[in-house]
Design a binder for this molecule. Structure first.
Ligand code: 6CM
Length: 258
């Protein structure tokens, strides 16, 4: 019994493994900050073509092929009212709610918990006719970026989720399923617009969150360009609309989480 108690004490005292000691950490940190910079760049300059627009949501792509496969980079911007950047990013990252909004998934497994803010996911996606079924193996990291300019009083923290393909011993490639290669980032910033009245606490009516979503997905194997582009054109707007509405509805009756 004494031994068990000592063991319990030791377990309680054991520091949680820090992401910074994990071998993937330098890559996670570097890519996350690179993706943040990339997301913050505008879409002017003529390389981005608008392919979908609905209300505040605008989606752009750049046609690009690599080794005969479509890898079109995508960049979407959106604005929503009623939820914060933290709430948006949390729901995008959390495995607990993934099936509530990502309708492209058939199965999802968390293979590894690198740290409190970094998970390794294996996802099996729905098959798109006439191509082979796809899976995706990636680390997913969520991070808060404090405002760099303290004079920028109307903007709160920026939040980012960065997803990047990786390898994992528990996820060998299945010969029937093709593995995609992806780099995805989801970046949000909250503004108090309109600002609350002097001395009053903000309500959800004061929250305006600006969202940028960027992705580059290499299909990893044969897929006809026209089919892929048609699926992306239909599925990406559907995803971003559905996801943001899901978070707004879910948070509506809860206290604001900045
Ligand atoms: O970013 C999105 N979801 C994240 C969480 O799942 C994560 C996933 C990226 C997957 C990238 C696409 C894989 C391609 C598989 C084929 C798609 C089939 C669609 C079938 C629909 C019937 O970053 C949102 C991803 C939205 C994808 C359209």
């Amino acid at each position: 019994e004494e031994f068990r108690e000592r063991l319990r004490q030791k377990q309680r005292a054991a520091p949680q493994q820090l992401a910074t000691t994990h071998p993937l950490w330098p890559q996670i940190d570097k890519l996350t900050m690179e993706q943040l910079g990339y997301a913050q760049q505008g879409v002017e300059g003529g390389v981005w073509q608008l392919f979908a627009e609905e209300g505040e949501m605008k989606m752009y792509r750049r046609e690009l092929e690599e080794g005969g496969l479509v890898v079109d980079p995508l960049k979407a911007v959106h604005q929503v009212r009623g939820a914060t950047a933290h709430e948006m990013a949390h729901h995008f990252w959390s495995p607990d709610v993934r099936f509530e909004w990502d309708t492209s998934i058939e199965q999802m497994t968390v293979l590894d918990r690198i740290s409190e803010d970094t998970l390794v996911f294996l996802q099996l996606h729905k098959r798109v006719w006439p191509t082979a079924q796809r899976d995706a193996l990636f680390w997913s990291h969520i991070r808060k970026i404090p405002p760099s300019d303290p004079a920028n009083a109307d903007a709160h923290d920026t939040w980012i989720v960065c997803n990047q393909s990786t390898d994992h011993p528990d996820a060998p490639k299945d010969e029937k399923v093709v593995r995609v290669e992806l780099t995805v980032c989801f970046v949000c910033q909250t503004f108090l617009d309109p600002p609350p009245a002097e001395g009053e606490a903000p309500t959800r009516d004061n929250l305006l969150t600006k969202i940028t979503y960027c992705s580059v997905v290499n299909p990893g194997g044969w897929a006809p360009a026209s089919v892929l582009r048609a699926v992306y054109k239909r599925e990406y707007p559907k995803f971003l609309k559905r996801f943001t509405q899901y978070v707004v509805d879910k948070c509506a009756a809860q206290p604001i989480n900045f």
